[in-house]
Design a protein around this ligand. Structure first.
Ligand code: NDP
Length: 244
């Protein structure tokens, strides 16, 4: 696929997990990818190396999105045109009873405040017809005990819908990809735990745990030119989670 040749994409949290797969997929589609990471330089370098080994273009940019200057740092080296922004970086929160005000501020800073201001900063660099894609979660419609994390994803869903309306006159689409249970460091309870894996398999119509590539392919779909008429949507990408 070469549909994104000549385009530049920013993928936050692309050092690991879903973000890495998204960066690799958009690069395979032809985009030059800004591989953002928070602190894990070695993992970000692995993402860049995998992309360049496959013939793609990428470079890594470090910015701690939990810090007040995180978004400024991220944009120090990003220039126009920026055609695709994928807000993927996020952190999990403790259980409701254990969440301190600092935990709450941190999870909202990384998961909500940063995407909001990344988009604000990116828009002047984005041509008409660009793509904004936020990575949310199914935890907006099924209950988990880590309430602060779930609340951040609800905020992203609202952001996507309202922003799609605001940016429609520029033909910029804004969509929200909402993964189900997907193998990554965030789900370390699945690692070496066949019983947990079997439990997940039983909840999913398509009968397996999601892989980062399952999410990356969905991001590629909404990033493509063919998705020009899709905007303001929250797209569940979960293999049929809790269908009954
Ligand atoms: P991981 O924990 O595997 O990776 C998180 C990424 O975010 C890393 O690249 C990390 O960078 C970056 N990051 C974390 N904290 C910061 C920070 N303070 N500043 C900048 N970057 C930071 O997560 P996943 O790949 O599992 O999740 C990716 C997205 O998918 C998230 O939005 C998550 O909420 C969502 N999601 C995941 C699901 C799953 O089952 N895995 C299900 C539903 C949604 P570094 O490596 O440098 O630390």
């Amino acid at each position: 696929m070469t549909g994104l040749r000549g385009r530049t994409a920013l993928v936050t949290g692309a050092s690991r997990g879903l973000g890495r797969a998204i960066a690799q997929r958009l690069a395979a589609d032809g985009a030059s990818v800004v591989v953002h990471y928070g602190s894990n330089e070695a993992k970000a370098a692995e993402t860049v190396a995998a992309i360049t080994a496959a013939g793609g273009q990428a470079h890594a940019v470090r910015a701690d999105l939990g810090k007040p200057d995180g978004v400024d740092k991220l944009f120090e080296s990003i220039a126009a045109p920026l055609d695709i922004v994928v807000n993927n970086a996020a952190v999990f929160s403790p259980l409701f009873a254990d969440t301190t005000p600092d935990d709450f501020d941190q999870v909202f800073a990384v998961n909500v405040k940063s995407p909001f201001f990344i988009i604000q900063r990116a828009l002047p660099l984005m041509p008409d017809g660009s793509r904004i894609i936020n990575v949310s979660s199914g935890v907006t419609w099924f209950a988990i005990p880590e309430l602060a994390y779930a609340m951040t994803k609800g905020a992203l869903n609202v952001l996507g819908r309202a922003l799609a309306n605001t940016l429609g006159d520029r033909q910029i689409t804004v969509n929200t990809i909402s993964p189900g249970i997907t193998r990554s460091d965030m789900n370390d309870w699945l690692r070496d735990n066949p019983a947990a894996e079997q439990q997940v398999v039983g909840m999913v119509a398509l009968g397996r745990v999601g892989e980062p590539e399952d999410i990356a392919d969905a991001v590629s779909l909404v990033a493509s030119g063919d998705a020009r008429w899709i905007t303001g949507e929250v797209i569940e990408v979960n293999g049929g989670l809790f269908l009954g």
